[in-house]
Design a protein around this ligand. Structure first.
Ligand code: GLV
Length: 309
């Protein structure tokens, strides 16, 4: 009985080490190693090649190695009866909160613009904004969205939230569903997207949404690239609906070298690093889920196939 790690990057060893050091009794393999395929009971995956899990006939569960598991649903060859689990981890939430706080701060203090001016040796002081003058709208109030809200509020930002689901107990205004979306957007001077990618949310960051924001608003997308309509973002920037965007995620990653976002002065790009699963911190829940599925118990952080997250 064993776990296989299947990732599209070169981070297999660090996950193997984290799991093996915390559970020496569980054999852990990397994809492509000489694996006894029928022994594999759990696949721990990050953007695995679609169809690749067919190699393991005795799988009992699939553990996503991040918060978002949309890439698992994209693999139509995965057996429908297999439980899928995602990561819920305090560092994933606090790292995301720190990142959004840093980006929002940089936007208000115009740090990107000064970096650009520095490259031209241009000295040009500009006005800046204060946290307490700005309302941040958070789309998606899951674990990450709530952590971001708390961090922003703690330094003085006003926060409003939008969710399609039940409203959590929070001390800021929460708007719900399509009926209240316009109200939410009209208050969001910075729009932060933390929605899961599902058939309903794909392309949700579009011209309609941008035109409902206060003029010159800013966008931070730290969720998934396909939530954004790229052409609509370029249009919204050109029209002044938006003044700048910070994007950490893209339709195709790495972002193609000839993508217009690279050279756009108002688009700031980071390479999907806003919040990255920490193997040591996440290993205990993977080990616990592995032990549970072996025993036929219900694992933690189970994903709903019908909801898509
Ligand atoms: C990162 O994108 C994650 O889903 O954890």
């Amino acid at each position: 009985m064993a776990i296989v790690i299947v990732r599209n990057d070169n981070l297999v060893d660090v996950w193997k080490d984290a799991l093996s050091s915390q559970a020496p009794d569980i054999p852990v393999y990397g994809f492509g190693e000489g694996i006894p395929e029928s022994d594999i009971k759990m696949a721990a995956v990050w953007k695995h090649p679609p169809g690749s899990l067919n190699a393991y006939p005795n799988l009992l569960g699939i553990q996503g190695l991040g918060a978002g598991i949309d890439f698992i649903f994209d693999d139509i060859e995965i057996r429908e009866d297999l439980p899928i689990m995602r990561v819920v981890d305090p560092y994933l939430a606090s790292d995301m909160a720190e990142f959004v706080l840093a980006v929002s701060t940089g936007m208000l203090k115009k740090l990107q613009d000064y970096k650009y001016k520095e490259s031209l040796s241009v000295w040009k002081p500009q006005s800046y904004e204060r946290f307490k003058e700005v309302t941040v709208g958070i789309m998606g109030l899951g674990k990450l969205g709530l952590a971001v809200a708390q961090a922003l509020e703690s330094v003085g930002f006003s926060v409003v939230g939008w969710t399609r689901n039940s409203v959590p107990e929070v001390n800021f205004p929460v708007f719900r569903g399509s009926a209240e979306r316009a109200q939410f957007l009209s208050r969001s001077q910075i729009l932060v997207c933390l929605l899961p990618l599902t058939p309903e949310t794909r392309g949700i960051l579009n011209r309609d949404v941008f035109s409902a924001l206060p003029r010159g608003a800013r966008l931070i997308n730290v969720a998934r690239g396909p939530l954004l309509n790229d052409a609509d973002l370029l249009y919204a920037l050109e029209q002044g609906m938006l003044s700048e965007a910070c994007l950490d995620v893209f339709h195709t990653e790495p972002l193609a070298r000839d993508h217009p976002f690279w050279n756009h002065p108002a688009v700031h790009i980071t390479p999907h690093i806003a919040s990255v699963s920490d193997p040591k911190s996440v290993a205990p829940q993977i080990i616990s889920n592995y032990r549970k599925i072996i025993k036929g118990e219900v694992p933690e952080n189970l994903v709903s196939r019908s909801a898509g997250y």
